[in-house]
Design a protein around this ligand. Structure first.
Ligand code: FAD
Length: 375
C-alpha cells in the first residue's frame, strides 16, 4: 500500500532536517513517512556556513568554526564575531548523522533514485506520482523547485569551490574571507570566498552574482588557479580533495498556494535570503517551528522569512541590477560602516528595528531611495 501520513519530496538539507526533527520528537513513532529523492546516494556535496545566531541540531557536524571573518577589497575589514561564531557544516557529517538517527525506524521509507514527477490535490486527497506509481499522503512537504514561478528578474549566485591541499607551506589567512573582491569583476559582481582548513589546506570558492545560472567548470577552475597564483602567491603543486558547484536563485518564488496539503520547505519555500544566499539556519529555525506545530496538532501553512527582509532584499537586488560594477563598493561599505553585531543580525534575519535603520542609513542613500521610489 502506497499510503503514508507524510511524504517529503527531496532528501536534501530541508527534507532531511525535517525528517530528523520529526523522528527526534517521536512524531514518526506511530506515523509513517516516505521520502523521495532523485539522487542515488548521499555524499559530501555542500559546505553550509552561517553565523551561529540560533542553536540547531547539527553543531556536531561542523567542519570548523571561527571567531573572526574578513572582507577584502581595496582595504581589509576584519569582523570580530566571537559572540556568534562563523561555522561551517560538512554535509557528509550531516547526512550520516541523520541516516544513523532514523535507521531503526521502520515507519520511514526512503525512495532514492526516484524523481517525483507530479503532485495532485483533489477532493482533499493529495497524491504524488513517481515512475508511474501513485503515492498518497495526508500532508506533503516539498523541497523541489517544481511549480515555482517568479515575477522577479532571474539572477543567481553561482559558484564553484574546491578544498585544496598545498604540497608546501603557504601563508593563508587564519580566518574565513567572506568576500575578496580583488579579482576580475567582469560585467557583473564577482568575488572569492575562502575557509582556512589547516596550515596547508583551504576551501576556495569563486562566486558570481549574475543573470547566468552557471559558467563552464573550466572557467571556474581557471579563476581559482589564477587566485591561487596571484592572490595567494603560490605557484607550486596542489591537489583538489573535494569540489562543489552551486547556483542559488536570488529571486522570490511564487509557489502554488491553492494546495492546502502541500507545504513548501527549504529554498522552494523562499527560505533563502536573496541578498546573500544564506539559507541553512533559516531551514533549521523553520523546521523546528514546523515540528512544534505538528506536535501541537496546529494548522500547518506555508511559511516565509519576515516580510521586511524580503522587501529590503528586493530593493537590494534592484540596486544590484543597476549598479553591477559598483556592488563591491556597496558590500564593502555595508561591512565598514556598521557594527559587526548589527550586520550579523541583519544578514541572519534577527535584527531589530534600530539595527535595520542603521544598516539602511549606511547604504548610498540616493541610489537606494531611487529604487525605493520605483518599487
Ligand atoms: C553548493 C551549495 C553551497 C551552499 N552553501 C550555503 C552556505 O554556506 N550557507 C547557507 O546558508 N546556504 C548555502 N547554500 C544554500 C542552501 O543552504 C542549500 O541550497 C540547501 O541545501 C537548501 O536546502 P533545500 O532542502 O532547499 O535544497 P537541497 O538541499 O538542494 O535539497 C533538495 C533535494 O530535492 C531533490 N529533488 C529536487 N527535485 C526533486 C524531484 N522532483 N523529485 C525528487 N527529488 C527531488 C534534490 O535531489 C535534492 O536532494 C548552498 C547551496 C549550494 C547549492
Amino acid at each position: 500500500m502506497n499510503n503514508y501520513d507524510f511524504i517529503i519530496i527531496g532528501a536534501g538539507c530541508s527534507g532531511l532536517s525535517l525528517l530528523y526533527e520529526m523522528n527526534k520528537n517521536n512524531i514518526l513513532k506511530n506515523k509513517t513517512c516516505a521520502i523521495f529523492d532523485k539522487r542515488k546516494q548521499f555524499s559530501k556535496d555542500k559546505i553550509w556556513s552561517y553565523w551561529n545566531v540560533f542553536e540547531h541540531s547539527f553543531s556536531d557536524c561542523l567542519l570548523d568554526k571561527w571567531d573572526k571573518v574578513v572582507v577584502k577589497g581595496n582595504e581589509e575589514i576584519v569582523l570580530d564575531c566571537k559572540d556568534f561564531t562563523y561555522q561551517s557544516v560538512d554535509s557528509e557529517k550531516f547526512y550520516n548523522k541523520i541516516l544513523k538517527n532514523i535507521s531503526d525506524n521502520k515507519n520511514i521509507k526512503f525512495f532514492l533514485d526516484r524523481s517525483v514527477d507530479e503532485i495532485i490535490e483533489e477532493n482533499s486527497q493529495i497524491t504524488i506520482k513517481s515512475k508511474n506509481e501513485i503515492f498518497k499522503a495526508n500532508l506533503v512537504f516539498d523541497s523541489s523547485l517544481k511549480n515555482t514561478n517568479t515575477n522577479d528578474t532571474k539572477i543567481y549566485q553561482h559558484f564553484h569551490g574546491c578544498e585544496i591541499n598545498f604540497k608546501e607551506s603557504i601563508n593563508l589567512s587564519k580566518y574565513p574571507i567572506l568576500m575578496d573582491f580583488n579579482c576580475d569583476q567582469g560585467s557583473w559582481t564577482h568575488f572569492f570566498y575562502t575557509l582556512p582548513l589547516g596550515d596547508k589546506k583551504i576551501f576556495i570558492e569563486t562566486t558570481w552574482i549574475s543573470n547566468q545560472q552557471n559558467l563552464a567548470k573550466e572557467q571556474y577552475i581557471s579563476e581559482i588557479n589564477e587566485y591561487i597564483q596571484r592572490n595567494l602567491n603560490y605557484k607550486k603543486e596542489y591537489t583538489i580533495e573535494y569540489n562543489e558547484t552551486g547556483s542559488i536563485p536570488m529571486f522570490h518564488f511564487q509557489p502554488k498556494t491553492d494546495y492546502k496539503k502541500l507545504i513548501k520547505i527549504g529554498t522552494a519555500a523562499n527560505l533563502t535570503r536573496k541578498s546573500t544566499g544564506y539559507t541553512f539556519l533559516n531551514i533549521q529555525k523553520f523546521t523546528k517551528e514546523l515540528v512544534q506545530k505538528l506536535i501541537k496538532n496546529q494548522n500547518i501553512t506555508n511559511t516565509q522569512i519576515q516580510l521586511k527582509y524580503n522587501f529590503l532584499d528586493r530593493i537590494f537586488i534592484k540596486v544590484l541590477l543597476d549598479e553591477k560594477e559598483n556592488m563591491h563598493k556597496i558590500f564593502l561599505r555595508l561591512f565598514k560602516k556598521n557594527k559587526t553585531k548589527d550586520i550579523i543580525n541583519f544578514l541572519s534575519n534577527s535584527s531589530n528595528f534600530f539595527q535595520d535603520i542603521k544598516i539602511i542609513l549606511s547604504m548610498p542613500k540616493l541610489i537606494f531611495i531611487k529604487k525605493l521610489l520605483n518599487f
